[in-house]
Design a protein around this ligand. Structure first.
Ligand SMILES: *Cc1c(COP(=O)(O)O)cnc(C)c1O
Length: 398
């Protein structure tokens, strides 16, 4: 049986080069970067090299990078930093969108309980937000705009540069959760008008449990933890040096092959979208044009996403029916609801997220497997029978 991993938006395989880059920091260069002896100083040098690598690929200075335990922590830290900074000037309004990752949405919900006011922008059917929408929502007391670079479930890429320009003009801090974008799209924090950015190692063929926050010089980072002097006292705790080295290696490799990978993955994506579009009564989610190279997201009417996933798994295909964070709950994904998909079809969602490790042969196998499984499930579905006999109205087109 063919094995196909198509859940790269949930996590990626740690590349061989990343694993190799990590190894010495477990075995030979195992010192604590805070130690004064030469073992510690070797570790410290490596840490600063990794910081410089991240800075180079984001277009910022090394001092503007803080290592974290992942994307979630970077999001929390960035948002809390801007909120704290705003509150000092009596600004307690935050603008975001309805379909952010829960690391952002739940942080904002907590801030609401702490006296902040949050405006969540509508994302429309294509799942995007315009700079004009942001401009119209900015108020004199707006402390922060936090909008993701690209959506993890439906793949839409947002007009970050234009949104950033609007924020800059209004003097509002702009944070972007770029976890799905870094190493997948060309990014430059200066050209993109971004003040703060979050990234994660395991979404770019680095290891899990490591990430980083970029925060523009002049904006004070706020601690989530109290402790030692690591990361200039802002993110205490002994650094995950192997993880950091693996992440820097993976990012370096991705950026060296960015154009080539984007071209390859986009071609695979378009082949998959074209193949699956042939299935009757399905709808593509997300922006068909401004779309992450690896994202394919569909809703199929008359079936349950979970059954679809399990049957695809039995055929060796790893996919997702939304985000890993919503699986395990019965509610349809907040992202699909935000783009206006009714509950009935939001339940029949399938996300296939590709990487440059996938092949055309795998894509063709996914297409034939999904076709087969969707038909099998529909044949057993009472809902589908009602749709076919006209007892129930179709939501999607033939
Ligand atoms: C995965 C993801 C996160 C969380 O990153 P972790 O490193 O898993 O904590 C945040 N935002 C987006 C858009 C993601 O896809």
């Amino acid at each position: 049986m063919m094995k196909v991993y198509a859940d790269n938006a949930a996590t990626t395989r740690t590349s061989e080069a990343a694993v190799q880059a990590m190894m010495p920091y477990f075995t030979t260069v195992f010192g604590n970067p805070s130690s004064l002896h030469s073992e510690g100083q070797r570790a410290k040098e490596a840490l600063e090299e990794a910081r410089a690598t991240l800075a180079k690929h984001l277009g910022c200075t090394p001092r503007e990078i803080y290592f974290t335990s992942g994307g979630t922590e970077a999001d929390n830290m960035a948002i809390r930093s801007a909120a704290f900074f705003g509150a000092r000037k009596d600004k307690r309004h935050i603008i975001s969108t309805k379909y952010e990752h829960h690391a952002v949405l739940h942080t904002l919900r907590k801030l609401e309980k702490e006296g902040f006011e949050v405006t969540l922008l509508e994302v429309g059917e294509l799942g995007t937000v315009s700079a004009e929408q942001v401009k119209a929502a900015i108020r004199p007391d707006t402390a922060l705009v936090t909008i993701m670079y690209a959506n993890n479930e439906i793949g839409s890429i947002l007009p970050i540069r234009q949104i950033g320009a609007v924020c800059k003009e209004a003097g509002v801090v702009f944070h972007t959760d770029a976890v799905q974008a870094v190493a997948h799209l060309p990014i430059n924090v200066v050209e993109d008008n971004v003040d703060m950015l979050s990234l994660s190692g395991h979404k770019l063929h680095g290891p899990r449990g490591v990430g980083a926050m970029y925060i523009r010089k002049g904006l004070p980072p706020v601690n989530l933890l109290e402790g030692g002097a690591q990361e200039r006292g802002k993110r205490p705790g002994t650094e995950n040096l192997p993880g950091i080295m693996g992440m820097a290696q993976a990012l370096d490799d991705a950026c060296a092959h960015l154009d080539e990978n984007m071209r390859k993955v986009t071609a695979l994506r378009d082949r998959l979208i074209a193949g699956l579009s042939g299935i009757p009564h399905c709808v593509l989610n997300g922006d068909p044009v401004h779309r992450l190279p690896g994202n394919v997201s569909f809703c199929f009417e008359g079936i349950e996403g979970e059954s679809l996933l399990l049957l695809l798994d039995s055929k060796g295909i790893s996919a997702s029916s939304g985000s890993a964070c919503t699986s395990g709950s019965l509610d349809p994904s907040h992202v699909l609801l935000a783009i206006g998909r009714p509950h009935e079809i939001a339940h029949g969602s399938l996300r296939l997220s590709l990487s440059e490790e996938n092949t055309e042969e795998q894509i063709d196998y996914i297409i034939s497997s999904v076709k087969e499984v969707v038909q099998y499930l529909r044949n057993m579905s009472p809902v589908w029978r009602d749709l076919m006999t006209g007892k129930r109205q179709f939501i999607t087109k033939e």
